[in-house]
Ligand binder design. Sequence first.
Ligand code: KG4
Ligand code: ZN
Length: 346
Amino acid sequence: MKILAIETSCDETAISIIKGKKTLKGDDFTILSSHISSQVKIHAPFGGVVPNLAKREHIKNLPILLKKILKEIPPPLGSRAPKLDAIAVTSGPGLEPALWTGINFAQKLAEEYKLPLIPVNHLEGHIYSAFMHEDKFIIPKNIFPLLTLIVSGGHTELVLVKKHLSYKILGETLDDAAGEAFDKVARMLGLPYPGGPEISKIAKKGNPSAINFPRPIINSKDLNFSFSGLKTAVLYYLRDNPKFSKANVAASFEQAVVDVLVSKTLKAVAEFKPKTIALGGGVAANDRLRKELLKKIPGILLPEKQFTGDNASMIAVAAYFKAKAKKISNPSASWRTINAQGGLKL
Ligand code: KG4
Ligand code: ZN
């Protein structure tokens, strides 16, 4: 099965074509072509993603990326459409003006190519990203129950996947997401957007035990998270210590976030005894988080850094499993039936 997927939920425009097939061991994938166009430089002067700018850039970039992909995977002779089985698109969660650009583009393609359209939850993509490799990879069939810690700019969730497409949210953030906390603290330190990579870069030069920041609700019985109190603690620390060391603040803040994430993941492992444990989302690029999770949970699957951020290949993989389960629209009705859902849940 060949799927072309489109991702425009935030500030990356991405298109990918993957091929998937069922084998004895599981499902076998090949990424045939994948392109991402990042808008980071455009949003950086505003210190965050500006939804209408994101929309404008997606509208500009989608046809450019499609052209590149069609050059690499040309349609068969005599045809205008590449040989595909479905079009997939992220329908949420994310910024609605941005999501709509991808959905509208996907709807037109599906109509033109006479293909079904598969709406995908962005977080389903992040869950599959831990299994992906550069060109070819297998998602084994015996991975369940799978526990995934999703840490992105908008989400912090512990999800139990009982089988493909069957999710139970075990815990989630009560306020800020982990990535959001990184971005906000970076802004307090005068670092550019996106703040996560900047904090982790300067944290490498700091002492993670220099400042004892709070680890909010680390000992609560549930599997929820909270990062807004930690963010406020950093704000007060900066106000009360004008000669602070940026590197020490960054390292100590990062350590506090990592301690909470690792502790709650261990708690979920003890409670639910999953067969496979994985990490996903933009914050999965954080080296301290990766190192400490690996130390405490040696078998944990960490996404390759090229797949931690938003990309369309992970959306295509999730769409493949939806197509296999026949969660697929009727080609003639497909362009009518999808709405952007900014707050879509798993
Ligand atoms: O998954 P993603 O690319 O977009 C969303 O779906 O939200 O995640 C973006 C988030 C941003 O908050 C960014 O600061 C954070 O991931 N991030 C990091 C690192 N790289 C990206 N946070 C901490 N350390 C990093 N190395
Ligand atoms: Zn994401």
